[in-house]
Design a protein around this ligand. Structure first.
Ligand code: MGD
Ligand code: MGD
Ligand code: SF4
Ligand code: MO
Length: 816
């Protein structure tokens, strides 16, 4: 397609009306196809549909939506004469993966043929942010990048180059765990994490790894086995639209649906109970529920005794577990219990012993308590009345919530990344939620558990070593949240942002820009001129996911092949091709000489079932992981729907659920999941006098982060960015619905539109994150911070994420 052909219309010479007419008319013949590009045959929809001869120009091709949305929907692209004309849901006959789509998926046609797409490599000639660009050829671009990187390496060392592949695409070659990391390893550069998601979401995983040994979740179809579901800071109806059906099915089965969120959201609208709490106080709420459960004997004492560290003695001098060596001077690291049979302190595995769950015991002059005793004493500080004054949730509500949770067996907690992880102390909160679930014996049982994220990306026995770190070459790990600090220290001199709208999405935009302005060289590969691209020295036009081949291991247990459906438009290229070309010029070409298929097979090569890309293609482009392909298969039988820890084996140091975590004692002074006031967004913070509103920046159904912010169909129904504010707050500030307002703090400001709604808790504002089209004054990360929680450094690759919601601001009317 030529440059001019894509301007303003969907396809060459096609208006939207014509397009709609065509897509309606083609409906009847959608089952027909022709051999398209030979190699794509295997990716076509069901074999039965392939036996009809039909118009030679129509073909339907299965792909999947690789954006960072938990839906991971299969998409069906209808291709007419080499152009995609329509996206619809792809069917796959599996109860755990029913057909699915949302408006963003349906609107992909406007993304593929968007007139604003970056079309050629361009060099910014007027300085970063100047907007003065010069078109260059690919040869010039690749030579420039290779020579600049080489000269920076010779001057400062290879670690001074930061490669930042992020979450714009979740697939294995071009996305989150893609070629960017391979390139970084091969040239010895620095990069973020491909696992911990330190920009967005590592607090909950860190908490889970500390307590359970792994960050793992129930397959969401398992929610139908629950008698009660707490959606805890998780706006599932908006952030995982297709899987919300399982919550509604559970409700039809009689499950009680409780939604805990300071905002009234689409998820709140379908819940039986909405619990609006003061933001950042979930830990106190969970501890208070434990208070009710423990003091009313509603906990599962057998479970707690046998599968958690509850009976283990904790030294009150060091706050570490008492070990056998502390008692008998031996080298034994065994945990110790107080045995109620022999009335003595013995190793936990002493035959015939019956451990005491509570009590304080002095051993060799060392004061100790059982971990359960310590938990009991902690939760005694959070009786419902006290917790009510912290959380703003009425004491009666806390009591009934706890009683329901303990008696409606099994109860599930489905937690959000946002509501929990986007707080400075998200690790502590998540540990409290797991502890609450464990008290009732719900870990590892159908219909129970604490789930935030699940899927093949986490659970498949896929070893990425050969793909991401070939020949033992290893990139240098720098978490994204430390990026600016490392630049200011002089340790990073160049950056390459791939699938990462870093300036828009990292906290404290002004600080990020300041850091980027200090770099000697900045490269961005993207599909649009994003805020991050605007600060590049060179931008490279990315081939969309429909123009390159890949494999998605998204938020479910299905491997989905995403074929190259159309040729790249203009001069766009895939990330793999671009990295390969630069590597070639830098003398590392041998690490990028494989084909996409070969690299996908390399990624799959450690699956015990031996599944290959050819098998996935032969299965119509989608395949469920085989039972033996789960990484946890060695320690548990795989049950369906998938339930982690099904055999009550936990990959923790003790093999039990460690609600008491030794490794964080140096940071928190205790291993218990204590409650701490929010780091910034607390009335106890002196800043509160100046900035008395807590700002939440949650995720909207009209975008996936920054993606689709410029698609006309979505803008038709969601045209503006806005801030949600309670009517009382609005009145006090003289703000009316639709007014233009300024939200500000010491880090920056945004200008936006007020939406006055009783769905907000007083004192709390919400602006949906990800909007970038009105950069710089509309980018909400102008207001957020880069505060790092050092306690999270105990879990490698899961260092602190940005505390996106732990933010104080003020708001003023600008104009009506
Ligand atoms: N449509 C859409 N879907 C997405 C994404 C997207 O951008 N768009 N992004 C994906 C990604 S990467 C992520 S991480 C997930 C995020 O998925 P979620 O965690 O569900 O999304 P958020 O909107 O960040 O937060 C959920 C809710 O937490 C509430 N909340 C804020 N503070 C608190 C608090 O202190 N306590 C409690 N209990 N609730 C609080 C917010 O009001 C919000 O409604 O969504 C994924 N799915
Ligand atoms: N204030 C606030 N900020 C937040 C959050 C919040 O809740 N509040 N949430 C955070 C979270 S949880 C997350 S996960 C991050 C997400 O932040 P990002 O990972 O930056 O999110 P996206 O906007 O999905 O994708 C970034 C870019 O990737 C590009 N892209 C897509 N596919 C490809 C590809 O194949 N190749 C290349 N080269 N580029 C591609 C897109 O065009 C887009 O510009 O945002 C974080 N930022
Ligand atoms: S944006 Fe998410 S829910 Fe919507 S079609 Fe894509 S993967 Fe599915
Ligand atoms: Mo995220």
């Amino acid at each position: 397609m030529s440059d001019s052909s894509a301007s303003e219309s969907l396809l060459p010479g096609m208006s939207r009306r014509t397009f709609l007419k065509l897509s309606g008319a083609t409906g009847a013949v959608l089952a027909l196809y022709k051999v398209f590009g030979g190699k794509l045959l295997n990716a076509l929809e069901p074999a039965s549909a392939q036996s009809f001869p039909g118009p030679s120009s129509i073909v339907k091709i299965r792909t999947a939506h690789v954006n960072n949305c938990d839906g991971s929907c299969g998409l069906l692209a209808t291709v007419y004469d080499g152009n995609i004309v329509k996206f619809s849901p792809a069917t796959f006959n599996d109860p755990d993966f029913p057909p699915r789509i949302c408006l963003r998926g349906l609107s992909q046609i406007q993304y593929e043929y968007h007139p604003d797409r970056l079309k050629y490599p361009m060099v910014q000639t007027g300085g970063r942010g100047s907007g003065k660009w010069k078109r260059v050829s690919w040869d010039e671009a690749i030579s420039l990048i290779a020579s600049r990187l080489q000269s920076i390496i010779s001057k400062y060392g290879s670690k001074s180059i930061y490669i930042a592949p992020y979450t714009g695409n979740l697939s294995v070659l071009n996305g989150l765990i893609g070629a960017g990391f391979r390139f970084a390893s091969v040239i010895g550069a620095s990069a973020g994490d491909f696992e911990g998601d330190n920009e967005g979401d590592s607090a909950s995983p860190a908490g889970a790894i500390e307590v359970l040994g792994a960050f793992d979740g129930h397959e969401l179809s398992d929610l139908v086995n629950s008698k009660m579901i707490i959606l805890w800071g998780n706006n599932l109806a908006e952030t995982d639209i297709p899987d919300m059906r399982f919550v509604l099915d559970a409700r039809d089965n009689g499950a009680k649906i409780v939604y805990i969120d300071p905002r009234f959201t689409p998820t709140a609208a379908v819940a039986d109970q909405w619990v609006p709490l003061r933001p950042g106080t979930d830990g106190a709420l969970a501890l208070s529920m434990m208070n009710v459960i423990i003091n009313n004997g509603l906990y599962d004492s057998d479970y707690v005794t046998n599968y958690t560290v509850a009976p283990f003695l904790v030294r009150q001098d060091t706050m570490l577990f008492l070990r056998e060596k502390d008692v008998d001077g031996s080298a034994s690291e065994k945990y110790m219990i107080y045995d109620t049979v022999s009335n003595s302190v013995v190793p936990y595995d002493t035959p015939g012993s019956i451990p005491a769950l509570t009590g304080s015991y002095t051993v060799n002059g060392i004061p100790t308590k059982t971990a359960f005793q310590m938990l009991k004493e902690l939760v005694d500080n959070y009786d419902p009345q006290t917790a009510s004054s912290i959380t703003g949730v009425p004491a009666d509500t806390i009591i009934s919530l706890a009683q329901d949770f303990a008696t409606r067996k099994p109860a599930a907690i489905k937690a959000g990344f946002g509501g929990i992880s986007h707080w400075y102390y998200g690790d502590l909160t998540y540990r409290a939620l797991i502890t609450l679930s464990a008290l009732c014996g719900y870990i590892g049982v159908h219909g129970g558990g604490v789930t935030t994220y699940n899927g093949a990306l986490l659970d498949a026995a896929i070893d990425l070593t050969d793909w991401l770190t070939p020949d033992g070459k290893q990139y240098n790990y720098i978490p994204p949240l430390s990026f600016a600090d490392e630049v200011f220290k002089g340790n990073i001199k160049a950056a390459w942002f791939v699938a990462d709208n870093f300036i828009n999405q990292q906290g404290d935009t002004n600080r990020t820009i300041k850091a980027i302005q200090q770099l000697e060289f900045v490269i961005v590969t993207d599909v649009f001129m994003t805020p991050t691209a605007q600060y590049a020295d060179i931008v490279l036009p990315m081939a969309t996911q429909y123009e390159k081949e890949d494999l998605l291991l998204g938020g479910n247990f299905f491997l989905q092949y995403t074929p190259k459906i159309v040729e790249p438009l203009w001069e766009a290229k895939s990330d793999l091709e671009i990295f390969a070309a630069v590597a070639q010029q830098m003398g590392y070409g041998s690490y990028f000489s494989g084909t996409p298929d070969e690299y996908i097979d390399l990624v799959l090569s450690t699956l015990p079932s031996g599944t290959k890309l050819a098998d996935i293609k032969a299965n119509g482009g989608v395949m469920r992981l085989k039972d033996e392909d789960f990484a946890t298969a060695s320690y548990q039988p795989i049950t369906r729907p998938y339930v982690p820890f099904y055999q009550q084996h936990f990959p923790t140091p003790s093999g039990r659920i460690e609600f008491y975590v030794e490794s964080v004692v140096p940071y928190y002074g205790t291993g218990l999941p204590i409650y701490k006031e929010p780091h910034e967004a607390s009335p106890s913070n002196p800043l509160y006098n100046k900035y008395p509103f807590v700002l939440i920046t949650s995720h909207t159904r009209f975008r996936t982060h920054t993606q689709w912010d410029n698609l006309a169909w979505l803008l038709e129904i969601n045209p503006h960015q806005f801030v949600e504010i309670n009517p009382e707050d609005a009145k006090a500030k003289g703000i009316k619905d639709g007014d233009t307002v300024k939200i500000y703090n010491d880090r920056g400001y945004i200008i936006t539109t007020a939406r006055v709604t009783p769905g907000m808790r007083p004192g709390v504002l919400n602006v949906y994150q990800g909007h970038w089209k009105s950069f710089p004054t509309g980018t909400v990360n102008n207001l957020t911070s880069q505060a790092i929680n050092p306690a999270q450094s105990v879990v490698y690759l899961f260092q602190s994420n940005t505390p996106y919601f732990d933010v104080l601001v003020n708001i003023e009317k600008v104009s009506s």
